[in-house]
Ligand binder design. Structure first.
Ligand SMILES: C[S@@+](CC[C@H](N)C(=O)[O-])C[C@H]1O[C@@H](n2cnc3c(N)ncnc32)[C@H](O)[C@@H]1O
Length: 199
């Protein structure tokens, strides 16, 4: 059974996984820095030493890498790459700061942009982390960095992935990237991205 390492998983909820991983063939291993979400592996994505090199077919990271300081990003992406087997891939989604910045520039810092499971999300929440969670004392929810399509693509290329495909989803304010450990070629890479990315 292929394994998907769900990094920064949050509370257990299969509905948080993309449809691709919900076909009954995947085994999910949940990793998070916050013991309160009861992960299978407790730790930071910058040091996933508990996960053997080349031992998973996929890494899934959703609204998670923006919690790192910029200097930690290459460390975490190298960890994602290390734990993947030769035909494995990392599926990463995070806020698109370029789209969010246009709302800030238009004076809408505190206007809700969309509803999440946590409630309404404003540009300020996207820039610095979900304010209500942080006010309750959950500092793991603070954001320390962020990405545009260009900077996320560059960070993944610099990690040395074989092929990277990125999609900027508007008006959803997010980026979706798939980074393949080995290059399967343009056609196969785009086909995989097409199956993984939401519409
Ligand atoms: C905004 S939540 C996203 C939860 C879930 N992935 C989702 O999309 O609904 C961010 C998660 O990343 C976790 N996190 C923050 N920093 C982390 C780190 N350095 N390593 C692993 N997980 C981290 C937090 O504890 C939290 O569960």
């Amino acid at each position: 059974m292929p394994v998907v390492l769900h990094v920064g998983c949050g509370p257990k909820d299969i509905r948080r996984m993309p449809a691709y991983f919900q076909d009954g063939t995947w085994r999910e291993i949940r990793l998070d820095i916050d013991a309160a979400v009861r992960p299978d592996v407790l730790g930071s994505m910058t040091d996933m030493g508990a996960v053997e090199s080349g031992s998973v077919e996929a890494v899934f990271s959703s609204h998670n890498i923006e919690h790192l300081f910029p200097h930690e990003v290459p460390v975490a992406l190298a960890e994602f790459q290390r734990v993947l087997g030769p035909t494995g891939f990392a599926l990463i989604t995070c806020p698109d700061l370029q789209t969010v910045a246009s709302h800030v520039a238009n004076g809408r810092l505190l206007d809700p942009l969309y509803q999440s499971g946590l409630g309404p999300i404003t540009p300020l929440d996207i820039l610095y982390g979900h304010r209500e969670s942080i006010a309750r004392g959950n500092h793991f929810m603070a954001h320390r960095g962020g990405f545009t399509m260009r900077t996320l693509g560059a960070a993944l290329q610099e990690t040395g992935f074989g092929r990277v495909v990125i999609h900027r989803r508007q008006p959803h304010f997010d980026l979706w990237a798939v980074a393949m450990r080995t290059d399967p070629g343009e056609e196969a890479g785009n086909a995989l991205a097409g199956r993984l990315f939401p519409t």
